[in-house]
Design a protein around this ligand. Structure first.
Ligand code: HEM
Length: 326
């Protein structure tokens, strides 16, 4: 019966001329998403969002990484539904995220032209793509059609987001639960070629690692010394920033394949980064993504798949991204 239903849906979408590109399990069958979604309802939406993102990032380019990360958090916690943008006590926003002003500015720009049409979850998906382009990425076509939710809970974020000490098996499981493959997990991790992390996320790799090793032996020794100088012993400091990608250490980052080179050189910042190269199941994928053209292409496809995770067909189009409509 279920098989029959999916065949019927496939037929419907083939006949209606809607492009459904199957790029991975997450992109697979969420039939409500499409390219050029606002073509008729708000034809300049993508242009307006891009312009607003560019203007905001001209003030602070570091927010580009923040917006990209925010889209990941949004999609991994109860699906891509704008939950990460809601204000209030105990919402997901309380976790360490940056760049909300970029989304607010983009929302204001589209609301001024077509009020109540473009969802915040979609704006975040477009803005994440536009942010990587501002950091020299090649970009990808973003699908629209997500509805906004009315609930956001920090406790859900804590339960759902993979923590930085996860190893490959746990990462594969976490992504598989969202219909994303192990390869897509490695590709999407490449987003961490831009931006920064704070000492508390990796200090346990530097000091008292385990009963055999004081420092995680998978870290290049010179890099470990460098990190120890920045993050003093036993300090779970949440204000000292370290570049996620030590090969292109500019304050905002450059969106390219160097992340995978850092892993090959044992300079991955987090356990979840370095284990991708150290584990035989994912090492070949890391090596293949050293090619920047391949990385950019696969990243776009994987982001389309991630952007389709848990999308809601019913919900609101919020007027303000930080608050539920009255
Ligand atoms: C694979 C599992 C992942 C884990 C365990 C993880 C964990 C982390 C952690 C701990 C940080 C540092 C943040 C801080 O210290 O406050 C970070 C930063 C970042 N992550 Fe991830 N992440 C993962 C996957 C992803 C994905 C899939 C994306 C996007 C597609 C992403 C994008 C980013 C970006 C852009 C930053 C830098 C943020 C900034 O500078 O504001 N991450 N991640």
């Amino acid at each position: 019966m279920a098989h029959f239903r999916s065949l019927l849906l496939l037929a419907l979408f083939t006949f209606s001329g809607v492009a459904v590109e199957a790029t991975g399990p997450g992109d697979n069958g969420f039939v409500g998403l499409r390219d050029n979604y606002y073509r008729n309802s708000c034809k300049d939406a993508e242009k307006l969002i891009k312009k607003a993102v560019q203007a905001e990032l001209a003030k602070n380019l570091k927010h580009a990484a923040g917006v990209l990360r925010m889209h990941f958090h949004d999609c991994f916690v109860e699906g891509c539904d704008g939950s990460v943008l809601l204000d209030g006590p105990g919402t997901e926003k309380t976790s360490h995220l940056a760049g909300f002003e970029v989304i607010d500015a983009a929302k204001a720009a589209v609301e001024a032209v077509c009020p109540g049409v473009v969802s915040c979850a979609d704006i975040l998906a477009y803005a994440a793509r536009d942010s990587t382009v501002e950091l020299n990425g090649t970009g990808w076509a973003v699908q629209g059609g997500r509805k906004d939710c009315t609930v956001s809970l920090a406790s859900r974020a804590e339960a759902e987001l993979p923590p930085p000490m996860f190893e490959v098996s746990q990462l594969i499981d976490s992504f598989a639960r969202r219909g994303l493959s192990a390869r897509q997990m490695v590709v999407l991790s490449g987003a961490q070629t831009v931006g920064v992390g704070f000492c508390d996320k990796f200090v346990s790799r530097l000091y008292d690692f385990n009963s055999t090793f004081f420092t995680d032996p998978s870290i290049d020794p010179a890099y470990a010394t460098e990190l120890k100088n920045i993050c003093p012993q036993h300090s779970f400091n949440t204000s000292i920033e370290v570049f996620m990608d030590v090969i292109t250490p500019t304050s905002a980052g450059v969106f390219e394949a160097n992340y995978y080179k850092t892993l090959q050189e044992h300079k991955g910042l987090l356990t979840s980064d370095q284990s991708l190269f150290d584990d035989s199941r994912t090492r070949a994928v890391v090596t293949s993504l050293l090619n920047n053209r391949r990385f950019q292409k696969e990243f776009g496809k994987a982001m389309r798949a991630m952007g389709a995770v848990g999308v809601k067909t019913v919900g609101q189009i919020r007027t303000k991204c930080s608050a539920v409509n009255e």
